[in-house]
Design a protein around this ligand. Structure first.
Ligand SMILES: [Zn+2]
Length: 407
């Protein structure tokens, strides 16, 4: 599953209709959640039945395409399932009890309620009674390249800089590309304190300058926004403007960041047959690695998703190893060599091996990775990875424009 995204420029009355459809989605989601809370033990069947009841009770729910209503119920179900899963797995801390939404940003159709214009190939018409009507798809990609039955979901998303239509297309990426020729190379990577990452071949990827720069700009805009906030009173126009400025900047920064991690991930996959990395994405993990900058954290998990995605796509192995003494142990002889966070170089008193601290860690990660090949953690064969990027990002209401022009 991957996502194609187009900008649209709806007219004022269409914006109203889109917002009305989004509100209805939110209404159905919150209503079914309330129903679940009030009736302990109800499951999928009862929730869908309740949805049918809502449709007969409220005309504005009836106006929204029935499958779009279903996806709203599915959103509730996802939240409930996640909560139960966390309880079952005894996740530390909050279990994420489902909450009511008050700022839904999208409405999602399935295979009905919309039609692509087969003549122009650049328009979509929404045909339910919300009255959104015909929208022009702005973007260079040709949606008509795909069979209509491959389009599983169509959603309209509100972002800081306008409205977008996304198509979720069912397509195994491996069907469209040939696996890359083996390079006979394997690599381990470590997220450094000073670098974005260091690899076992001695290469270092610095943290791009824009990370720091835009971080400052973001903070400034956030402060300006907060200064204009009036507690307990209706907000001023200046506050609204500041909020929009902040949101737009945020959007730009996250797009920039995504471009960066995508480029690094693709390069690693193209030049190696196996990529090993630490399994840092564990909830409740003690964050003692001084990765204080949340920005590098965010970048890392996004990076990992793309790495695994490209790995699957090009038939390469990606493997996550448990983080365990990878920076302390000597990658040459295996002895433990204690060092503080400020020690930048690994010098082994046992065998004399000298390397950059992060490169030594990356070597350990590679060895761990190689020793685990063939076990279940790899993403090389069979099923598509545990991180189907499209779907994850889809659930976050973000998008994935696959290979972007800068790649
Ligand atoms: Zn050693």
């Amino acid at each position: 599953m991957f996502v194609l995204e187009y900008k649209v420029n709806p007219k004022p009355h269409q914006i109203e209709a889109i917002e009305e459809a989004i509100r209805t989605t939110q209404f159905v989601r919150n209503k079914t959640l309330r129903f679940w809370m009030d009736n302990r033990g109800v499951g999928k069947t009862e929730l869908f039945r309740y949805n049918t009841q809502l449709r007969s009770e409220f005309e504005f729910v009836q106006d929204l395409n029935s499958h779009a209503c279903q996806t709203a119920v599915e959103r509730t179900l996802r939240a409930i399932t996640r909560f139960y899963d966390n309880c079952k797995k005894q996740v530390k801390g909050s279990k994420g009890y489902p909450r009511f939404k008050k700022n839904t940003r999208s409405v999602e159709y399935k295979t009905s309620g919309w039609k692509l214009d087969l003549q122009t190939k650049k328009h979509i018409t929404f045909t339910d009674k919300k009255g959104i009507g015909r929208l022009k798809l702005v973007g260079s990609r040709d949606i008509q390249y795909y069979q209509p039955e491959q389009i599983k979901r169509v959603r309209i998303v509100r972002k800081a800089d306008g409205y977008y239509v996304q198509f979720a297309i069912k397509l195994d990426p491996r069907d469209t590309v040939k696996p890359l020729t083996p390079t006979q190379q394997a690599v381990g990577i470590d997220v450094g304190l000073k670098y974005f990452l260091a690899d076992s071949q001695g290469n270092i990827e610095p943290i791009p300058q824009f990370y720091r720069k835009t971080e400052k700009q973001l903070n400034r805009l956030n402060r300006q926004k907060s200064k204009k906030f009036r507690k307990g009173k209706p907000q001023s126009n200046n506050y609204r403007k500041a909020r929009v400025r902040y949101a737009r900047k945020h959007l730009r920064v996250s797009r920039q960041r995504e471009e960066f991690v995508k480029r690094v991930a693709l390069r690693l996959i193209q030049s190696n047959d196996l990529v090993a990395y630490e399994d840092l994405n564990v909830k409740g993990m003690v964050r003692n690695r001084c990765l204080a900058k949340s920005i590098s954290d965010a970048g890392w998990s996004l990076f990992r998703q793309w790495l695994e995605y490209f790995g699957d796509k090009y038939g390469k192995v990606t493997i996550a190893v448990p983080p365990h003494n990878t920076s302390q142990n000597c990658s040459n002889c295996g002895e433990k060599v204690q060092k503080s966070l400020s020690t930048r170089t690994h010098v082994c008193p046992h065998c004399g091996f000298v390397a950059d601290r992060d490169v030594n860690a990356a070597l350990n990660i590679l060895q761990l990775g190689l020793s685990r090949v063939g076990r279940t953690q790899t993403h090389a064969s069979g099923e598509i990875s545990s991180y189907p990027v499209g779907e994850i990002l889809l659930s976050n209401e973000a998008s994935m424009n696959e290979e972007s022009p800068t790649l």
